[in-house]
Each structure stands twice: as C-alpha cells, then as structure tokens.
Design a protein around this ligand. Structure first.
Ligand SMILES: CC(C)(COP(=O)(O)OP(=O)(O)OC[C@H]1O[C@@H](n2cnc3c(N)ncnc32)[C@H](O)[C@@H]1OP(=O)(O)O)[C@@H](O)C(=O)NCCC(=O)NCCS
Length: 445
C-alpha cells in the first residue's frame, strides 16, 4: 500500500469514528439566507441529508434576516433595529411572516431532492418583547418555550424539523423571533451536541480579522479553532470594525459563545460557499471551517498498549525512509512509559519518546507527526511537553539524534553538540555509519 492509500484510509477511519460518535445525537444548523442563494446550496443540503441518513438528528433554523430586509425594502418599509433586534411594526409583520416561511420552504425544497422528509412547524412558543425604555418592540417576540416533545416526535419519525423565525403566544398571536434566539433555545432544550452556523459573510482568515498570534491557523492563515477565551479576544479585537464582514463574524462568534453556555460542546462556523464544507468540518479533525470549543479538544498523554498499532502506523513511512530507526511493537511496549502521544478528539496525530540515558541526560526519540496535520504545532507541542517532563524528572539536558530535522530542532532552541557530549551508554550505541547529527538543549532550572 502506498502513502496516498494510507492517507485516504485515515480519512475513512476518521469519518467512521465521527459518524459513530454523533449517530443519535442532535446537531442544530443555523443557516443564513444568503447561503440558500449560492450555487452550492443544493450540494450543502445533500450533505446534510447524508448526515440525517447516517442517524444524526438534524434541526434546521433558517436565518431570514437578509430576505426580510429585502422584501420590506421592496414594499418601502424601513427595517428598524435596536440592539440588534428588529422592531416589527404591524405594517411589516405580514411581510415578515411571508418571508420567513418562504425562506423555510427553500430547505424543504432542497431536502426533497434527497428524499428527506421535513416539516416547517410551530415548535416554539413566544412572548412579546414588550416596551423597553419606552420603546415598543410591537410584533417582535422572544422565545418562551421550545416544544421539545413535538420536535422529538418529529425526529423519531425520521423527519427534519425546520423552525422559521415566527413563534406563537399561548393565545396564538404570531411574533417575529430572532433565529439566533431560536437556535440557542433549541440547542439547550434538545441538549444538542453541536451548533453549525453556515454563513457566506464571515471570515476567519488572519489576514482579514485581528486575532492573537497564539491562535491555531492552517498554512493559508485560516483560524481553525478557538477556545472560549480566544474567541472572546477575537471579539474584543474586532468589535469596533464596522465592515459587514467584521459585524457578521462577530455576530457569529457571539452566537457561538452563547451556544457554548447552553451546554453545546462545539460550534462550527462554516462558509456556505465551499463545497463539502459540512462533511469535512464534522467528519475530520482538521475541518474546513472554524470550531469554537468549550472543553478540551486536543491533548498530550501517555500511551496504552492499544495505542501501539496507531503509533507504528505513524512511524512506518518514516522508518521506511530511514528517518526513524525501525522499532517493533515489542520495542514500544518495553519502553511504553517513555512514550507520549498528541491526540485530537482521541485520535493519535503525533508521538515521541523520552529515554533516560543516565548522567542527567534524556533522549527525545521516535518523534513522528502525522503529515496530514503538519504545521499545526503537534510536533512542537510534543517536544516542549517532553522538555517539561525531563525538567520535572530532574534531567539537566535533553538531546536528539537526527538526520533530517536539525533546522526544526534549532528553532526550538536546540544547538549542535558532539558525540562526546552524549552519556556513555548512548555513545557506545552511536552508529557512526548512520552519522546522525546530535542536537541538545540544556534544561534551565
Ligand atoms: C519534524 C516534525 C516532527 C514536525 O511536526 P509538525 O507537527 O508538522 O511540526 P510543527 O507544526 O510544530 O512545525 C511545523 C514547522 O516545522 C517546519 N518543518 C517541518 N519539518 C522540518 C524539517 N525537517 N526541517 C525544518 N523545518 C521543518 C515546517 O515547515 C513548519 O514550519 P512553519 O511553522 O514555519 O510553517 C515532523 O515533520 C516529522 O514527523 N518529521 C519526521 C520525523 C523526524 O524527523 N523526527 C526527528 C528525529 S527523532
């Protein structure tokens, strides 16, 4: 099997892992209206249909803001907002009702193409927003209750509930309710595992929005992941920029942070213009959008016996090329306590070992990072972790033997050293034919 086959097998494994993890769980999609007007909308909905067919419970909350604005403008009615909330006058209300159902129908139409049954329904109870600081919000309401039993019944019948931005009071009066409010309430009421925000107007390219240097980006400079503190920092750094891109991105981040507070594990903000974005974001560790997560996403940990096949799979291409010395499963098992792995969502993406050679020196060895995840800091974090571990264990110096990674270690503060600097046991084992370079780092205490 060649390396490309390995890579596609990894993708398939990852997809199965995620499918298994999310089957039976609820994922809420908040999809902005402009997405329904993109050429890729039918494909996006096909991918959502695929998720539904694999057993994920999908709830769709269409965002109708842009369409309502457009229809009101066509009827010469001004859109008035206060604190981001529309003031829905009696005159506007008939058009708001019509527009929100029209937007919802687009999802029914698209899902019909994949033979997924869907239902636009009255799943939300509302109450009036009322008069705030003397200003009457008229027909604008807020979510009062999500009818969980009704939605659960619909999902149990393998149908997809669609929640337009109209909700009704107990007396049957319709109110215009924000789709963000509905998305949040439905995430909380249904214990959704994820909220996916699909938009065409957000950007997470570091070239477009201000972000702390520490956030994780891909090679193209796209921010892949933010924890809650980082998301808050990005918000603070961009809140005064009034461009549409910044306003929309901040709105999506605010929605994400609010959703995490309701108990959702992760929010994914994806670009509705990109084909396949949903499947890539949900079914691969790298994703295609930006994930905002509350809990731990990646971690470095020691290894179990069951990790050994995965570690060997990471090391195999490097052993084949002669970059790493060949090790068997037994070799790794014997030195099990020396090994650490970098995992994303419980999948191993890098490994390395710290071997004690006495004389206060330890070797960092068997370092291998998944090439599909290069540039994400996995190798660097693992080496820093091992340097920390060495310091805690009382070592004075760590060293590596390398044939092709000297520049990388230099960037981490290692400097070239001679064979004579190695501890006696390692000096004895040093293979002069292999002629590896030795790089070392003194541990400051
Ligand atoms: C070296 C290695 C661990 C880096 O893993 P990684 O997770 O991609 O590393 P990071 O994300 O922390 O760093 C990526 C950076 O290192 C650079 N880099 C990767 N391999 C490099 C090498 N051999 N020499 C110099 N720089 C290298 C990348 O270009 C990238 O640079 P950038 O951040 O400026 O874009 C990985 O490439 C690997 O497994 N190499 C083969 C194994 C090996 O040589 N082991 C050492 C002997 S024990």
């Amino acid at each position: 099997m060649n390396h490309e086959d390995d890579a596609s097998m990894d993708i398939i494994r990852e997809a199965f892992l995620y499918q298994n993890r999310f089957a039976g769980q609820t994922v809420v999609f908040k999809i902005d209206f402009p997405v329904t007007e993109t050429a890729g909308f039918p494909y996006l909905m096909k991918d959502i249909a695929l998720l539904i067919k694999t057993g994920i419970k999908v709830v769709i909350v269409p965002g109708s803001l842009e369409y309502i604005n457009r229809v009101l403008e066509e009827h010469n009615i001004a859109s008035v907002f206060l604190d981001g909330e529309r003031i829905t006058t009696d005159e506007a209300m008939q058009y708001v009702e019509m527009s929100s159902f029209h937007a919802a129908t687009r999802f029914i139409t698209a899902l019909s193409a994949s033979r997924v049954d869907a239902l636009v329904g009255n799943f939300v109870r509302a109450r009036g927003h009322g008069v705030v600081n003397g200003l009457d919000y008229e027909n604008t309401g807020v979510v009062d209750k999500i009818f969980v039993k009704s939605i659960t019944r619909v999902l149990a019948a393998n149908m997809t509930p669609i929640l337009p931005c109209i909700a009704w009071s107990p007396a049957g009066k319709p109110y215009n309710v924000s789709s963000n409010g509905i998305a949040l309430a439905v995430c909380e009421a249904l214990n959704a595992v994820k909220l996916v925000v699909v938009s065409t107007d957000c950007t997470f390219n570091a070239a477009d929005i201000a972000a702390p240097d520490s956030v994780e980006k891909n090679e193209a400079g796209k921010i892949l992941r933010l924890n809650t503190e980082e998301a808050q920092l990005v918000l603070n750094m961009n809140k005064d920029n009034e461009s549409l891109l910044h306003v929309k991105t901040c709105a999506a981040l605010n929605l994400a942070l609010a959703a995490l507070k309701t108990g959702v594990e992760r929010v994914h903000i994806v670009d509705g213009n990109k084909e396949g974005v949903i499947l890539r974001e949900l079914f691969s560790n790298i994703g295609a959008g930006t994930m905002i997560n509350a809990g731990e996403y990646d971690a470095i940990r020691s290894i179990h016996n069951s990790d050994i096949p995965d570690i060997l799979r990471l090391m195999e291409p490097l052993m084949k090329k002669g970059i790493l010395l060949r090790r068997t499963a037994e070799d790794i098992q014997q030195k099990k306590d020396d090994f650490s792995v970098f995992v994303i969502d419980s999948v191993i993406h890098a490994c390395a070992a710290l071997h004690d050679y006495g004389e206060g020196q330890a070797e960092i060895a068997a370092l291998a990072a998944d090439p599909a995840y290069s540039h994400m800091g996995a190798g660097r974090r693992l080496v820093r972790y091992l340097i920390d571990k060495a310091a805690k264990l009382g070592f004075n110096r760590v060293f590596v033997l390398t044939t092709s990674t000297q520049d990388w270690f230099e960037k981490l503060g290692f400097t070239e050293a001679g064979v004579d600097s190695l501890p006696a046991l390692k000096k004895q084992r040093y293979d002069r034919k292999r002629n590896s370079k030795i790089f070392a780092l003194e541990i400051t205490k």
